[in-house]
Ligand binder design. Structure first.
Ligand SMILES: Cc1cc2nc3c(=O)[nH]c(=O)nc-3n(C[C@H](O)[C@H](O)[C@H](O)COP(=O)(O)O)c2cc1C
Length: 376
């Protein structure tokens, strides 16, 4: 897809690199996609593949595609129609949208834009009252699942953001001024639609007023609970009572702990290479975790997916579905809502073709026999 190049063209450098970049040397970022090249397909022929069916059932939810959209914060940075444009496109594609804790649209507005299915991603704030508020509102708005992100025990060292002077919300600093000035379309748009806010965080009291000059973003930063542990995951599973994915698990041992804590599934993920540089690629984690937990957990492969063949490889290795982050952010930045529609069309077409050439017509029929490591 050419969306990345278009996005790079359209966005001021600090914004593009905030999206595109990863932690430190960006080994994990690159490896998330490169790792797919270490697997090869074993095709089956003469199977009558005239009708390829991409539908699947995930966590009791019927989806038209075996992939959905990962949660990404601050979507307003990339397009003024923000999360709502992406959620509408997901609805048209018949798949799930995930709204981030750090989203710039409310749970209720996303539910209105996309009647479902939707997922809400939780960063556990120190103020558990806020988390309870999210859980109640997600239930009321018909959200089908929660994902608790567990790979942000500390903020990853994203050096591109330091180099570009990326600050949140974007401000005109001497260093970034040239880049904002060189993208007047984005900059004007940003100034004319100034609804940049972490929309779902509404402290129950007058915390922000009491703190005087404390901005909402500062407040959010201070709310990240670095004491997070397995008891907290259990607590959230109890509060929610529905499908709960732990997002950011990569080891079989943690997969077992997650199951014991009440999670119903995992998003195998290293946060798109934005946290621990050197963390394993999600695609390499599927088989060991599937072997360890069997069918006890729903497994989603999240990271590095840019092609239909990547999705097919993840499914063959044992994932129930995949999710994509940057693929839709590039598309949104490049061409707005129509861009996200186009991304779905491209990935759908690539996956359909790859399944036909592999010799399968149904998602459930994709299996271990279809894949092996290169040089096995
Ligand atoms: C700009 C950006 C913002 C993100 N924000 C969040 C977030 O708020 N919560 C979260 O759990 N993951 C977040 N992620 C990680 C994604 O959910 C996902 O794990 C990652 O993008 C997958 O890798 P991919 O971009 O290669 O598909 C973010 C990723 C990007 C690129």
């Amino acid at each position: 897809m050419h969306f990345r190049a278009l996005a790079k063209d359209r966005l001021p450098a600090p914004i593009f690199h905030y999206m595109d970049g990863g932690a430190e040397d960006e080994w994990s970022l690159a490896n998330n996609t490169d790792a797919f090249d270490r697997y090869e397909f074993l095709t089956e022929v003469l199977n009558d593949v005239a009708e390829v069916d991409l539908t699947t059932r995930l966590m009791g939810i019927d989806l038209a595609l075996p992939f959905f959209l990962s949660p990404t914060g601050m979507t307003r940075l990339f397009h003024h129609k923000k999360e709502l444009a992406v959620a509408r496109a997901a609805h048209r594609a018949g798949t799930m949208y995930s709204l981030s804790t750090l989203g710039t649209s409310t749970i209720e507005d996303v539910a209105a834009a996309n009647p479902g299915p939707n997922l809400f991603q939780v960063y556990l704030f120190k103020d558990r009252g806020i988390v309870r508020d999210w859980v109640a509102r997600a239930k009321e708005s018909g959200f089908k699942a929660l994902a608790l992100t567990v790979d942000l025990a500390a903020h990853g060292n994203r050096e591109r953001d330091i180099h570009t002077g990326m600050v949140m919300p974007p401000r005109w600093s001497l260093g970034s001024l040239a880049s904002f000035a060189a993208h007047p379309h984005w900059s004007l748009n940003y100034l004319l639609h100034p609804d940049f806010r972490i929309a779902n965080v509404r402290p129950g009291d007058d915390t922000l007023d009491k703190a005087g000059a404390m901005s909402l973003l500062q407040y959010v930063g201070e709310q990240f609970d670095h004491h997070l542990n397995w008891k907290d995951a259990e607590w959230l599973a109890g509060e929610w009572g529905g499908p709960l994915l732990l997002k950011g698990v990569t080891s079989p041992e943690d997969a077992e702990r997650a199951r014991d804590a009440g999670a119903t599934g995992l998003m195998l993920s290293n946060h798109g290479g934005r946290q621990l540089d050197g963390a394993a690629a999600p695609v390499d984690c599927i088989r060991p975790i599937r072997d360890r937990v069997g069918d006890a957990l729903t497994l989603i492969a999240d990271g590095g997916i840019r092609r239909g063949t990547h999705i097919l490889k993840a499914l063959a290795l044992g994932a129930d579905a995949c999710s994509v982050g940057r693929a839709y952010l590039y598309a949104l930045s490049a061409a707005g809502e129509a861009g996200v529609d186009h991304m779905f069309a491209v990935l759908r077409k690539e996956l359909q073709l790859a399944m036909a050439l592999l010799g399968v017509t149904k998602v459930a029929d994709i299996g271990e026999r279809h894949i092996r490591r290169v040089g096995h």
